[in-house]
Design a protein around this ligand. Structure first.
Ligand SMILES: [Zn+2]
Length: 295
């Protein structure tokens, strides 16, 4: 049960490819059943709303779905459920609400907890700031400005610049770091894992989402940043939405289970994938995960 009295969205936790590989056939079979229930919801017009409980709003809300993030391949229809079912009040999509739910139901943090998010001009950050008033946010403003310096960005003033591979914070500064779909845009993501570990206190957690491919044992490097600043890639370049840039951000890797080994190699004592699902909370599709790494 979650604190709302509704069934929890949290299914199993996995700490390695081996753990996942031993059950994934069963999970896939179960997913077909889960997806049948999803189809009950999606056999509808082009755009519809699902009434579900928003963990962020702590209220039942209308959550919107459309087919804009759906593509066909190998005879299947792939729906980017993580990006969909936007709460019409707080604006958070499925994966953002899952992260919020994890903090609300799986962590015990006082309102004064020290939290860092590598985002600052997003609607989501404003929600986190309401929940944890001392939360620190940042954006990657420019490679030419010092870490920790403050800048005007659009209608925002005092936006802090940070580079996740070279953070300006002291060691042991935070109880929790929340990173939402950022690491896939960092060529040297292993350095950013190590930096997050450095600035967390012992026992502190990195809680994050990334585009994750559960059938991949290994992370697939999709693009490489060369020393002259150019990009080499054998794949079509893939750009994701970025509030700081109209051109979006290049995706450098598609993460697989070796990501958990990389987190442990970066200094974390534990790393885990947490599987979630639940139409009651507006989470459809399977399997999707949020990840934690504990210092
Ligand atoms: Zn909401």
């Amino acid at each position: 049960m979650s604190k709302s009295g509704l069934p929890s969205i949290w299914l199993e936790d996995y700490s390695s490819w081996g753990e996942w590989d031993s059950v994934r056939a069963d999970v896939a079979a179960n997913s077909l059943l889960l997806n049948e229930e999803d189809y009950l919801h999606i056999h509808k017009p082009k755009r519809f709303s699902l009434r579900a409980f928003c963990s962020c709003c702590s209220e039942h809300r209308d959550m919107t779905f459309d087919w804009s993030l759906t593509f066909a391949g190998n005879g299947n229809l792939y729906i980017a459920w993580t990006e969909l079912l936007l709460c019409q009040v707080c604006g958070m999509n499925s994966r953002m609400r899952a992260v919020w739910d994890f903090v609300a139901n799986k962590l015990e943090l006082p309102p004064g907890a020290k939290i860092y998010l590598p985002e600052a001009i997003t609607p989501g950050f404003q929600q986190w700031k309401r929940r944890f008033p001392s939360a620190v946010g940042s954006e990657y403003v420019s490679p030419d400005v010092p870490a920790g310096s403050l800048h005007a960005v659009g209608t925002f003033s005092n936006v802090r610049h940070e580079d996740l591979t070279q953070l300006s914070f002291a060691d042991d500064s935070f109880d929790l770091i929340i990173s939402q779909d950022v690491f896939e845009h960092i060529p040297d993501f292993r350095s950013s894992f190590a930096e997050c570990c450095r600035v967390l206190r012992k026992g502190g957690k990195l809680l994050f989402t990334v585009p994750f491919f559960p059938d991949q044992k290994m992370t697939e490097i999709r693009a490489i940043l060369l020393p002259d600043g150019s990009v080499h890639s054998d794949f079509p370049l893939e750009y994701h939405g970025n509030p700081m840039s109209s051109g979006g951000s290049l995706c450098f890797q598609h993460f697989g289970w070796s990501m958990l080994d990389d987190l442990r190699a970066a200094g974390f004592s534990q790393a885990a994938a947490h599987n979630y699902w639940g139409p009651t909370f507006g989470h459809l599709g399977s399997p999707f995960f949020v990840f934690t790494a504990t210092k």
